[in-house]
Write a protein of this length. Structure first.
Length: 227
C-alpha cells in the first residue's frame, strides 16, 4: 500500500473489511458454484484450503449480518488493490509478473473482462505461459464464453500437454459448458494418467462420477452449476 493510500485511513479501513468478505464470497463462488476451478499456478491443496477458510469466513460474516458487496464495490476493491501495481507497470510495461498479478486482482474481484485484458497483455510477451493462459481461459468461462475458454485451455496444453490444473479446468468446461461427458471424462482420465500423484485425485474422481450421471444428456446442453 502506498503512502497516499495510508493517508486516507478511513477509506482504507472500510475497504479492508470489505475485501476480506468479498474474497471469502468469491472463493465460495469459484470453488463451489463455479465447479471447483483451480488457478493455473495453484496447488490443489492450496485451493482446497482457500475454499475451506473462505467458507468459514463467509459463514461468520453472514451470522454477523454482513451484506454482500455490490458489483460497484467489488470493482472499487479491485481498483484499490491494483492501483499500486499499475503504477509500477508504468515504469516497467514489459513486466509479465506485474501483468499477471494485476489480472489476478481483477479476476478475484470478478472483473473478468479486465482480468482477461491483463492476461492477454502478459501472453503477448510470454505466449507459452500455460498458467496465465489457464487463468485467462477460466475467466472467459465466467464471462459465458465456453468455446473460447476451451480453445485457450487447449492452447495452454499445446505448451504443457500434461498440465494438471489446465486439464482439471478444461474437463469442467467440457462438462458444465458443453455437456460433452465423454470428452470431460477423457480429459480427467488423462489428468490422472499423466499426474499419478495429483493431490486432488479424489476430487477428480468425484467429478467424473457426477458427470457420468449426465451421460444421457445431449452434448451441447449446458449443465446446471454444481451444488
Amino acid at each position: 500500500m502506498t503512502d497516499t493510500n495510508r493517508a486516507t485511513s478511513t477509506s482504507t479501513e472500510q475497504w479492508t473489511s470489505v475485501q476480506a468478505y468479498v474474497l471469502a464470497v468469491i472463493c465460495l463462488l469459484v470453488g463451489i458454484a463455479g465447479g471447483w476451478f483451480i488457478r493455473g499456478s495453484q496447488s490443489p491443496a492450496a485451493a482446497t484450503a482457500e475454499t475451506a477458510s473462505a467458507s468459514a469466513a463467509a459463514a461468520g460474516n453472514a451470522n454477523a449480518g454482513a451484506q454482500a458487496p455490490t458489483p460497484a464495490e467489488m470493482q472499487k476493491m479491485a481498483e484499490t488493490q491494483a492501483g499500486p501495481l499499475i503504477e509500477k507497470l508504468k515504469a516497467d510495461p514489459a513486466n509479465t509478473g506485474l501483468l499477471e498479478n494485476i489480472g489476478n486482482v481483477y479476476y478475484d474481484a470478478q472483473q473478468y473482462p479486465t482480468a482477461i485484458d491483463y492476461y492477454q497483455r502478459a501472453l503477448k510477451l510470454e505466449p507459452a505461459n500455460a498458467s496465465v493462459r489457464t487463468d485467462m481461459a477460466t475467466a472467459y468461462w465466467y464471462t459465458g464464453n465456453a468455446d473460447t475458454a476451451i480453445a485457450e485451455f487447449q492452447k495452454s496444453l499445446s505448451y504443457e500437454p500434461n498440465k494438471a490444473n489446465t486439464l482439471f479446468n478444461l474437463g469442467i468446461v467440457e462438462w458444465q459448458g458443453k455437456m460433452d461427458i465423454d470428452k470431460a471424462v477423457a480429459t480427467w482420465q488423462k489428468l490422472l494418467d499423466t499426474n499419478p500423484n495429483y493431490e486432488a485425485k479424489d476430487k477428480v474422481l468425484a467429478l467424473m462420477a457426477q458427470a457420468k450421471k449426465h451421460s444421457g444428456v445431449k452434448p451441447g446442453t449446458p449443465a446446471k452449476p454444481l451444488p
